[in-house]
Design a protein around this ligand. Structure first.
Ligand SMILES: [Mn+2]
Length: 156
């Protein structure tokens, strides 16, 4: 059986991000691919999730990428441990994009061990005020507004 070459090397990107929070300096087309693949993984599952225990339930990360890495270190890496994230990945903290992209990568790699709900900050209008917009557009000087958040928009 032959498998199609992937547009993004998911394993390599995860490794890169775990080693350095600068790992999010990915080309924009890679962010788009990651976004699309994570969106498909989320949408292929029911909106009402029924999960088997044990599951670690994790609330508002709000751009605290270091905290996310700490949680993985303490509780186990995705794949070995099942995680349910309750949303609010972005805004307030300084590393919203890294936080969201790493979670999307893990959702693609382990769709049945990583679950991502949508919080009230997964919303472009909220991001404009609370930091994610500025992080994407000013700090990184990129055109990215909130395309990663499309994973949570049912009509995009
Ligand atoms: Mn919150």
């Amino acid at each position: 059986m032959t498998s199609q070459p992937r547009l993004v090397d998911i394993d390599a990107r995860i490794e890169q991000m775990l080693e350095s929070p600068r790992g999010c300096d990915l080309p924009e087309f890679e962010l788009e691919v990651i976004n699309v693949e994570a969106r498909e993984a989320i949408r292929s599952q029911p909106m009402m999730l029924e999960l088997q225990a044990p599951v670690w339930v994790c609330g508002d990360l709000h751009g605290q990428f270091a905290d996310l890495l700490h949680i993985f270190k303490k509780r186990g890496m995705p794949g070995k441990t099942t995680y349910l994230f309750l949303g609010d990945y972005v805004d307030r903290g300084m590393h919203s994009l890294e936080t969201l992209v790493l979670l999307m990568l893990f959702k693609i790699k382990f769709p049945d061990r990583v679950f991502l709900l949508r919080g009230n900050h997964e919303c472009a209008a909220i991001n404009r005020t609370y930091g994610f917009y500025d992080e994407c557009n000013l700090t990184r000087q990129t055109k990215i507004l909130c395309p990663p958040l499309e994973i949570f928009h049912p009509h995009l």
